[in-house]
Ligand binder design. Structure first.
Ligand code: SAH
Length: 518
């Protein structure tokens, strides 16, 4: 039983344009053989366990020959019986993607395969620039053409050899529909001159759209007669498509993809995968390209254990606890979202439910944790104004001094790496460790590349900073955006330029990032 190969179209760049089927298969894939144009955000859907094979073709040289890619697919299908082998390509696999050749090879080798179409750049990239490829009264057809053929001949030679070209310039010049050229930037001077010679109107409007649908999208307008000159002057580079025809003029009024405040910025988000989506979605909506690179993983313990005061790392055996002990506490203090989630998971697993908390006071370190508690139907009684552990400790200590609380009946629910700040301020309180923080395994190569070229990195904890520095000892972004003063000082210690949010919320951080880049 050999594995099955899936030829998947990744779409033109925006990860939101990957199909549901494509995403589902990427999450399951054992092997992913991918191209240069596939964005890191899409590679991020793959399981960290998947084998990632970069066969990306650079514009000037082929990294891995097509025949070798074909062989690789057959080889992996053999190596992973019943496995999911993904061949991931930019746009649609059958639009100038050589997907057909790969499929033929798979049939010949008797390997089962499926094609998952993708949104082709030929249509989506103009759409993101506000150019409809067809439009009533302007263009009744559109033609997608490769501009890659024959780049090494002079104009005169070309005229002689016209019959050998697969492109029929006479027909293209006569065609009243929209012309869309893929891979044509390097040859555009030549293509434009051939079209002019064949009688196409020199004033035909034309647009080059570079890195369409990504945060780096750029549209450059020209006409058929100025095409070559504009490419050189504006330094239009691949990947770009060229679109020609009357529809191009609609782009000036229909361009809907605004220049967002974080356009053109690649940001690394280091939060644990479970928590990254909130901040990532916010930064993407502001126009940034986000590379999620979790540096820590949190794991809910099966059952919490208690650590007596001042014993972190002292080797003292942790004391086992029973949820029956909850009766000994009047106040539960949560210092993170993980703490909330892990505590409730354990509570339910122990056969109990939220009624165990009836009558107890609840404290939270900050707004995000408070919100998480509210989602579970629990309002907080105490939240410090500064949203720090120290603030929380001081607040609860004050309330104890004022006899509003009994310090010895305070329970702190924390992770194994929590420092002693709270216990130092509340020495008679009890601490339960409800989750563990573990560093994630080594970063995959593709991620290291994506991170190395990023503009900045977002840190939300000191352990994320420490693990990031360990995984990326050399090439890493200079700027860091931090949540929390402790995180900031850890980043500073490792030589990052630091920008810290005013509040420990994602909104506040996103605001700071926008301010920094504006
Ligand atoms: N199968 C792909 C095309 C592969 S050929 C598809 O369906 O889109 C590669 C060419 O596609 C590039 O040279 C460029 O012309 C175009 N292209 C792909 N992604 C692009 C993007 N995000 N912006 C502009 N052009 C793109």
């Amino acid at each position: 039983m050999s594995g099955k190969v899936y030829l998947i179209g990744a779409g033109p760049g925006d990860p939101g344009l990957l199909t549901l089927r494509g995403k589902e298969l990427l999450e399951k894939a054992n092997v992913v053989v991918y191209d240069r144009l596939v964005s890191p955000a899409i590679l991020g859907f793959c399981s960290p366990k998947a084998k990632m094979v970069d066969v990306g073709k650079m514009p000037t040289h082929h990294k891995v020959k097509q025949s070798e890619i074909n062989k690789l697919l057959v080889q992996y299908a053999g190596e992973y019986p019943s496995g999911v082998i993904v061949r991931l390509k930019g746009g649609d696999p059958f639009v100038f993607g050589r997907g057909g050749e790969e499929a033929i090879e798979l049939v010949a080798a008797g390997v089962e395969f499926e094609v998952v179409p993708g949104i082709t750049s030929a249509i989506a990239v103009p759409a993101y620039a506000g150019i409809p490829v067809s439009h009533r009264g302007i263009a009744t057809s559109f033609h997608v053409v490769t501009g890659h053929e024959k780049c090494d001949v002079t104009l005169n030679e070309a005229k002689d050899q016209d019959s050998k070209f697969s492109l029929d310039f006479e027909a293209l010049a006569r065609c009243p529909g929209t012309l869309i050229f893929l891979m044509g930037i390097a040859n555009m001077d030549f293509i434009a001159r051939r079209l002019l010679e064949c009688g196409k109107d020199p004033k035909t409007p034309l647009a080059f759209i570079e890195k369409g649908t990504t945060p780096y999208q750029r549209t450059v307008m020209a006409t058929l007669e100025t095409a070559g000159e504009v490419i050189a002057r504006e330094n239009v580079t691949a990947p770009a498509i060229t679109i020609m025809g009357g529809v191009v003029e609609l782009g000036s009024s229909l361009a809907w993809k605004k220049n967002l405040p974080l356009s053109g910025k690649r940001l690394v988000v280091t939060r644990a995968a479970k928590q990254a989506s909130g901040i990532s979605a916010r930064l993407s909506a502001l126009g940034a390209e986000v590379v999620e690179t979790p540096m820590i993983e949190t794991r809910t313990l099966e059952c919490p254990y208690a650590i007596p005061a001042h014993s972190t790392g002292s080797g003292q055996a942790p004391a086992g606890i029973s949820f029956d002990d909850l009766v000994n506490f009047d106040l539960l203090a949560f210092t993170s979202v993980n703490g909330v989630e892990s505590f409730f998971t354990q509570l339910i697993a122990s056969g109990r439910d939220v009624r165990e908390l009836a009558g107890k006071k609840i404290a939270s370190v900050g707004k995000i944790t408070e919100k998480k508690l509210l989602e579970r139907g629990i309002r907080c009684d105490y939240v410090p104004e500064d949203h720090t552990g120290e603030g929380l400790g001081k607040l609860l200590a004050e309330k104890s001094t004022a006899c509003e609380l009994d310090e010895s009946r305070i329970l702190l629910l924390q992770g194994n790496l929590a420092d002693d700040t709270l216990l130092n301020l509340l020495p008679r309180a009890t601490r339960w460790v409800v989750y563990e923080t573990l560093p994630v395994a080594e970063l995959q190569e593709w991620k290291k590349d994506a991170v190395a070229s990023a503009d900045a990195v977002v840190f939300a904890s000191t352990s994320a900073v420490e693990n990031f520095v360990k995984s990326m000892p050399q090439k890493r972004p200079h700027t860091s955006f931090c949540i929390g003063r402790m995180t900031e000082s850890a980043a500073c210690k490792h030589g990052f330029e630091t920008v810290v949010s005013d509040e420990t919320t994602m909104d506040s951080l996103a605001k700071k990032i926008v301010e920094y880049y504006s």
